[in-house]
Structure formats: C-alpha cells, structure tokens
Design a protein around this ligand. Sequence first.
Ligand code: ME8
Length: 518
Amino acid sequence: MSKGTYYVTTPIYYPSSKLHIGHTYTTVAADAIARYKRVTGYDVMFLTGTDEHGQKIQNVAKEKGLHPKEFLDGVVSEIQNLWETMEISYDKFIRTTDDYHERRVSELFKILYDKGDIYKGEYEGLYCTPCESFWTESQLKDGKCPDCGRAVQSTKEEAYFFKLSKYQDRLLELFESNPDILEPKSRINEMVNNFIKPGLEDLCVSRSTFDWGIPVPIDEKHVIYVWLDALSNYITALGYPEEKDGDFAKYWPADVHLVGKEIVRFHTIIWFAILMALDVPVPKKVFGHGWILLEGGKMSKSVGNIVDPVVLIERYGVDALKYFLLREYTFGQDGLFTNEVLLNRINADLANDLGNLVSRSISMVEKYRGGVVPAAKTATDFDEDLKNIATSASNLVDKRLDNLDFSNALEEIWKVIRRTNKYIDETMPWALAKDEANAGVLDSVLYNLIESIRIISVLIQPFLIHTSRSIWNQINVNEGDATAWDTSVEFGIYQPGTIVKKGEALFPRIDIKVELEA
Ligand code: ME8
C-alpha cells in the first residue's frame, strides 16, 4: 500500500558542456532520496533534465559551428548516458526544448500577461551572460556579478516584466509562517535580509538580443527569459497548465527541490512569486546544498576546474563515487574535494569496513561449513548487542533522511558494519573452529554474521544499489522479500541452509601512494 506521493527534483542543468561532480552530487542525492522513498512505500516522481535555451548555449553552439539543437542533442545524450551508468533512477527527464514544455511555458506567459502580472516596459540594467541573471548596481560585488565574479554588460531594450514587487509582502509572510520551506535555515535570513527586505524590483522576463528561446506568445520579437522558462519545468513536466488532473494533481506541490546554494534565490523568490501569481501552491521545501570546492574555489564548467565523474567512475566504480559524495560532505555546507580524501574514504569505509566484512564472513562459511549457512544454535554474549544495533539502524536512518542528512544516515549504517566487524573479533570464529565442542556457537556466529550482512545490504540499497545487488548475489537472496526495507528491523529472516558463494571483492583496496602518483 502506498504511503502517499513524493516528488523530488534536481535543477535542470545547462548542457553547455559536460557535467562535473558538482552536478553529479545533486543528482546522486536526489536519487538516494527517491530510492529511499520508494523502498519505504511512497509513489515517487523523480524529475531531472536539461535547461537548453539562452544566450550562453547559443554562443557555445555557434563556436562549434552547430545549430543549437544539434549541439544540444549530443551533450544531452552524454548526460543521459552518465545517469544511466550511475543507475540514476529518475522517472522523467525533461528538456526545455521538448515541444510540450515550450507549449506550456508559452501558455504560462500568456496566463500571467492576461492577469496583468506581466507587462511591457523598458529594461535598462546589467546582465551577467554566463549566469543568465540581471543585476542592479547595488547588488554587484566590486562591480562584478555577485554569483560568479565575472564582468556584467549594461543593456537597454524594450522588454516584458513580471511584477515581482507585488509579491514582496506575501513572500515575507511565507518565510515567517513556514520556516521549514527553505533549508538550511540560515539561507532564509539571506533571502529575507539581503533580497526581500531591501525591496524587490520587477523582473525582466523577456530578451530580444538573441533568439534561442521560447518566443513570447504575444510578441515574437522577444524570447522568454531563460529562468522563467527553466523554473517552470517543475510543473510543465507534470502537465501544467494543459492537464491539471493527472500527474500535476497527483504530485504537486513538490516535496523538495534540491538545488545548489547559488540558485536558492531563483527558487525561493522568483519561483515562489511566479507560483503565487499563478495561484499554484509553492513547493513544500527547497534545499540549498553547499558547493564542492576545489583548491582555488568552486568547481565550475565556465571556470574550467572540473572533476570529471566519468573518469572517477572508470577508476573506482559508481558506488564508490556515490558513497563518497553523500558521506564526505554535510549536505548544507561547502566541502573541499581532493583525490586524497576520496581515496581515503574508499579504502577506509568501503574496502576495509564493508568489503572485508562481506568477504571474510562468506569465506568463513565456505571454510567451516562448506558454504552452507547454518542455523543459529548456541548464543554468545555478544549476540544481543549486535542484534539491537542492526535492527535499530533503519529507524535512525529514517530520522536522518527526513532531514536530508545523507552523511549521518550512512554513518548510522556504518555503525552496524563496524559493530559486525567487532563481533568477529569478539567471537573469534577461527578459534571456535578448532574445537568440535564449540560447533553450536560457531553456527550461531556464522548465521549472525550473514544475517547482519543481509540487514546492511538492505539499508545501503537507496545509496549503493549496485553493491546491495552484489551482496544479494553472494549471500544468495533474491531481490524481494528478504531485501525489503522493513525486513531490516527483524533479525532472523535469512534462511538457514542457504548456500553462499564469495564473489569478486566489492571494493578493491587502492594503493593510495601509487594512485596519487599515477
Ligand atoms: O544553474 N558543487 O544549471 P547549472 C555542488 N540551469 N553542486 C554543484 C556544483 C558544485 N561545485 N556545481 C554545480 C543551472 N552544482 C540552471 C538551473 S533549475 C530550474 C535551472 C549543481 O548547469 C548544483 O545543483 O549551472 C547547482 O545548483 C547546479 O549544479 C547548477 O547547474
């Protein structure tokens, strides 16, 4: 029975070039939450996609001598391949060049215009092309774009405006009455004090100096501002405004928009105001996560200091990258990427803690019981603690994930892994095996180890599905009853008499010194 619906989104990325691990970070987080909600009984809609209009894309395509669509099709299929390799379980991939999206955005523009919330005026101001954002003089930092630090251009043109200023009071009231709407909470202060309270100006929502965009329906000399086009994806993907009864009625309002902190302003001020103007409820939450930084600053396509996820995956595997991203960084905060932190995490948590546990436990069943998992017979002094820690973990993971605290959710699971390793040290199966009188105790130890590994494999599935499957293969359980999320609160589900078989190492240990010099 479904517990209800859950709608999670990532930003739609600019396919101006290949994606880097910053984009992968948001997508991996969205995937983990989507998988977690599915295994815990929700009807999930997980949306991701690409933001394909605007001057930047037009310029890049031109440099390559291609029509924008031709250029985009190539990059977008690379992005989709990356998500496939990473087993990203999105339910829908939206491209802003999809016909249905273009038609629906055009319709939205018309609705807002007919309502009087979009009007024609003259735009005079400053524009940052790489960020596709308009700025006022006072918002600039040292005369440069406050988001990316690059030069802005002054522009003057006839344009359409959205009456953002009209929604100032309602936005303030929303943040005051619903502090859960934006996480981490510190970002609320930033939005309220830096942007809303100083006064919101109406927003220019059309451009006429380039034509790679959705035409303004009432005035084809203009194209719709890329952020109005892009933000609308979250509802056009569900059918709005053409079909309000299907997915839109089912999934909207979104449970969470996951975004990087630099676009919180677009998602909470501009997007909320547009929704208010449309009389559509605002999403339940926007989470603005931190940046992955390289020494020297934020990783960014246009700055050029990128880490290619494809290279990392080829070297260390999909699950190692996913684990690293979710465990290493606190979701709301910035964190530094270095090869050394990555490799240390892989070795310590994956190769040593998890990989060794699985491989030595299965080896012992093979060595002492011919690969057949015995039934537990004689309890040891350490069983109760192991069972308690293993069966209470899912509850703790639930609590952590309710706050999108991926890092500590994984830490709760790793406590079970470390406890199980300690159980091996405490019970010393190799010593028990020396004396036939201890056969009953050894049976219990071996059973408890495999059962604990089963619980661990169930708990890691939202994060590391590939590893879960590999463990299920080795301990010979079919995906289904013994792998369902709820089975992690019960110790004793694994069927004695099952034959296990050691497979390839889950995470080969990396020689860090050699690797860093390579
Ligand atoms: O902003 N660290 O697209 P974009 C963490 N098209 N996350 C990072 C990151 C980093 N160093 N770099 C990128 C756009 N990201 C718009 C969005 S949505 C309606 C339109 C992630 O290709 C993070 O999620 O520049 C960030 O917000 C997003 O990629 C920006 O992607």
